[in-house]
Write a protein that binds this ligand. Structure first.
Ligand SMILES: Nc1nc2c(ncn2[C@@H]2O[C@H](COP(=O)(O)OP(=O)(O)OP(=O)(O)O)[C@@H](O)[C@H]2O)c(=O)[nH]1
Length: 196
């Protein structure tokens, strides 16, 4: 999903990520805003308690992040079940209910394999007070961009409202190096496997 947003391209090959960080200038209401996007290793194969442990180890990025996308696959019920504990973990770190957390049901193109109904995603988002969207990263590049744009706007609104804790942002070190090298490597890999 992040690769789709940053490059507009979809890489179909699965390659588990180990926590890539990407930097990008995003066009937002006529402005360019610098954003950093942290991809987190998936934990859908693990029990919910383990999932929280995985997130514990990533608590540094949870601390510096100012907005969150919780993405599950509509074809994998266990990934949907991971959303609530992840949400609660984030809210512990960011008790301000205005910190945007958007719940996203991905792979909406795989209707024949659907395990999570759209109404379940909506219901969960309602319970948690979040926004919910279903998208298909493979089929709908614009949908992916809309999600990120929306999140950036929400974060930006919060910052302009002066409600971001400036002291916290000066204390928590943000990672510096973008991960475009890794993206290039993945493109090369994807291209060479297509040529073969
Ligand atoms: N059909 C379809 N496949 C998708 C879609 N989005 C992702 N995939 C595929 O699903 C697999 C997993 O996608 P990733 O983006 O790597 O998922 P992830 O949750 O980041 O996985 P981790 O790297 O383990 O954290 C890949 O093979 C993707 O090509 C989609 O919208 N539709």
């Amino acid at each position: 999903m992040i690769v789709r947003f940053l490059t507009k391209r979809f890489i179909g090959d699965y390659e588990p990520n180990t926590g890539n960080l990407y930097s990008r200038l995003v066009h937002l209401d006529g402005d360019h805003v610098a954003v950093q996007i942290q991809d987190t290793p998936g934990c859908i194969q693990q029990a919910q308690e383990d999932c929280v442990q995985v997130l514990d180890s990533l608590s540094r990025c949870v601390k510096w992040a100012e907005g969150f996308l919780l993405v599950y696959s509509i074809t994998d019920y266990s990934s949907y079940q991971s959303v609530q504990p992840l949400y609660q973990h984030i809210r512990k770190v960011h008790p301000d209910a205005r910190t945007p957390i958007i719940i996203v049901g991905n792979k909406a193109d795989l209707l024949h394999a659907r395990q999570v109904q759209a109404k379940d995603g909506l219901q969960l988002a309602d319970e948690l007070g979040s926004l919910f969207l279903e998208i298909s990263t493979s089929e709908d590049s614009q949908g992916v961009c809309d999600v990120f744009q929306y999140l950036c706007k929400e974060v930006s609104k919060l910052q302009h409202a002066g409600s971001t804790d400036r002291r916290r942002s000066s204390i928590i070190p943000r990672p510096k190096s973008p991960n475009m090298q890794d993206l290039k490597r993945r493109f090369k890999q994807a291209l060479s496997s297509k040529v073969k």
